[in-house]
Design a protein around this ligand. Structure first.
Ligand code: APR
Length: 242
């Protein structure tokens, strides 16, 4: 039984999937240096040129399903923590890849949506979608054409599952932030929400300090595949610090 136990909330960002071969967004050479986010990650961009937006996500979906992109030791360590910890572990990811699922995480919320799902703009139903997506594809539920889009939360849209996330942040004894620059809200504000309640330990595991680094009680720098498994080992052996 760890010295200090309690519910854990983990937030992950693109950095946890970097060593699996997926680009981050804001590092040198990252996604937003390859394409303008205004063109492919906003409702306006989709309205302006749906074919271009669908092609952007079709490329990323094919890359994810191609067989070369696999969960890494950090994804696997978080799945182990969920299995072996003696209280709730909620994993909130900003990522739209399925590497946490493939590593075995179950209690998982994709607050920015999922690359392997598509949503109908007419009836709002969400469908598993592993093939290329065309703007003219009919919705499997309502049959309407011309409304299918990636089930991804774009800039200016409302992130998913926020009620469940805020409730978990209220109750947690440990908040871990892994592989995110802390640039995009509301995820970037989670650590401040946890600190306001004054109960939980907070730790950031990243390659470099994120924008909210000064708000974390503990900062651990280095590659996720090395730092995350070591931190999970420590948690399971010694409990939550502080
Ligand atoms: N191990 C750990 N951290 C890493 C690694 C690594 N191997 N490689 C990079 N990082 C860190 C970087 O230092 C950076 O702080 O991961 C972070 C990635 O930051 P971003 O590229 O900004 O990605 P993220 O924080 O997930 O972006 C949030 O922005 O564009 C939107 O919707 C998109 O979900 C995304 C959101």
């Amino acid at each position: 039984m760890p010295a200090r136990s309690g519910p854990i909330v983990i937030l992950t960002g693109a950095g946890i999937s970097k060593e699996s071969g997926l680009d981050t967004f804001r590092d040198a050479g990252g996604v937003w240096s390859q394409v303008r986010l205004e063109d492919v990650a906003t409702p306006e961009g989709f309205a302006r040129d749906p074919v271009r937006v669908q092609a952007f996500y079709n490329d990323r979906r094919r890359g994810l399903l191609g067989g070369a992109v696999l969960p890494n030791a950090a994804h696997e360590a978080l799945a182990r923590l969920e299995r072996d910890w003696d209280d709730d572990v909620l994993l909130v990811t900003q990522n739209i890849d399925d590497l946490h699922e493939r590593a075995g995480s179950r209690n998982l919320l994709h607050m920015h949506g999922e690359l392997l799902k598509a949503r109908c703009g007419h009836c709002d139903t969400v469908h598993d979608w592993r093939a290329d997506l065309g703007a003219g594809d009919p919705c499997p539920a309502c049959g309407a054409g011309g409304g299918m889009r990636p089930h991804v939360v774009w800039f200016g849209e409302i992130p998913l599952y926020m009620d469940r996330i805020v409730d978990a942040l209220d109750r947690c004894a440990l908040f871990m932030s892994i592989g995110t620059s802390g640039t995009v809200y509301p995820a970037a504000g989670f650590v401040a929400e946890v600190r306001e309640r004054g109960r939980a330990h907070t730790v950031e595991l990243n390659m470099e300090p994120g924008h909210g680094a000064s708000l974390f009680a503990e900062i651990i720098l280095g590659p996720a595949t090395a730092r995350v498994p070591a931190y999970v080992e420590r948690l399971l052996a010694e409990g939550i610090p502080g």
